[in-house]
Ligand binder design. Structure first.
Ligand code: SAM
Length: 326
């Protein structure tokens, strides 16, 4: 079929995770553990023009969905203007954003007006002390305000991403799941991935099946829901008679590589064909040489030939998640 991006395994790639910055205002222990971090210099970060040019080429070749991430996307200036520009690309059906929500109450209305289709908020705990322990900041109240602002701005359903960390927030599994009973939230439990420190991973990893069992022990058997095509890798359920949903993203204990439809573009213009592989292809290099659409497409297609059929069981990616774009 014409105008489709496919990789060497024949998988159709129609989803881009776009990291707009490697900077973040939090220091989550599993994501940006060190305070001594060297951020990418501003002039090495793709401009909005470079991003939009790349996305337009991809869209002509089957790109349908873009998720803005980082670092923290809301710390990049005028992020709503980027959303507006991406929304003008006709073929792109969905533009979404993943945020820690600390700045969301300021941005929610503007983001909604820019046409954003949905929002994912990262929230690992409801306890202010645990929040500070994980993120290094006493800002849980800002996140809760941010969630409220997203609801008020009509960015629903709000999807909440929770990484469950053994002996850090694992005692809160039931409480976090219970948020889906009275609210139209999708609470998605994500398995910790070995990105950055392998020691941390071994100490705090917990399987999604353990999390599911813990929820079922408290609330009864979860009801399985069907997924739509662009819904992503979460296995979705609900607590009986609840308003919201519960999802499990078992990146480590059960591979979904065969169905993978995504690639990543880092803030400094590297295409990363797989989150859990350290390899990348430099796109910025040719963007800065004024490459035309054909050359950009060629480079993207080359990156797709580098996409692994499946990642290792314990990949241990050296690059921090905040640099790759989660
Ligand atoms: N700052 C934004 C946020 O907090 O959502 C976007 C970037 S953050 C890297 C995106 C997601 O990646 C967050 O939900 C975070 O919890 C998740 N994440 C980061 N490191 C991870 C790891 N090692 N394993 C699993 N998820 C991780």
């Amino acid at each position: 079929m014409k105008n489709r991006l496919t990789d060497s395994q024949g998988r159709v790639i129609n989803y881009l995770r776009l990291s707009v910055t490697d900077r973040c205002n939090l220091r989550c222990s599993y994501c940006i553990p060190s305070s001594q971090r060297n951020f990418i210099p501003h002039n090495e970060i793709l401009s909005y023009e470079e991003i939009v040019k790349t996305l337009a080429v991809m869209a002509k070749n089957g790109l349908q969905k873009v998720r803005l991430t980082g670092g923290e996307p809301l710390v990049r200036k005028d992020i709503d203007l980027l959303v507006r520009e991406i929304k003008k690309i006709q073929e792109i059906r969905e533009v979404t954003i993943t945020t820690n929500a600390t700045l969301l109450s300021v941005h929610a209305d503007r983001l909604k007006r820019s046409g954003i289709d949905r929002i994912n908020i990262s929230l690992d705990t409801l306890n202010p002390h645990t929040f500070e322990k994980i993120t290094g900041k006493d800002e849980l109240s800002f996140v809760l305000e941010g969630i409220q602002s997203a609801k008020e701005a009509g960015m629903t359903p709000v999807k909440i991403n929770t990484v469950i960390l053994n002996n850090i927030n694992s005692s809160e599994i039931e409480e976090l799941a219970a948020l889906s009973i009275e609210n139209d939230f999708h609470i998605r439990f994500i398995e910790l991935m070995p990105i950055g420190s392998l020691n941390y991973y071994e100490k705090h990893k917990l399987s999604a099946s353990f999390v599911k069992k813990t929820i079922e022990n408290r609330f009864g058997e979860l009801v399985r829901l069907n997924l739509s095509q662009l819904a992503g890798p979460a296995a979705m359920y609900k607590i009986r008679n609840s308003k919201g949903k519960i999802g499990f993203i078992h990146a480590m204990t059960s591979h979904f590589c065969a169905e993978c439809n995504r690639i990543r573009l880092t803030a400094d213009g590297h295409i990363r064909p797989c989150l859990l592989e350290d390899s990348f292809v430099d796109l910025k290099e040719i963007l800065r040489k004024n490459a035309d659409d054909k050359e950009i497409l060629q480079r993207i297609k080359y990156a797709l030939t580098q996409k692994a059929s499946a990642h290792d069981l314990i990949p241990n990616v050296k690059t921090e998640m905040a640099t790759i774009g989660g």
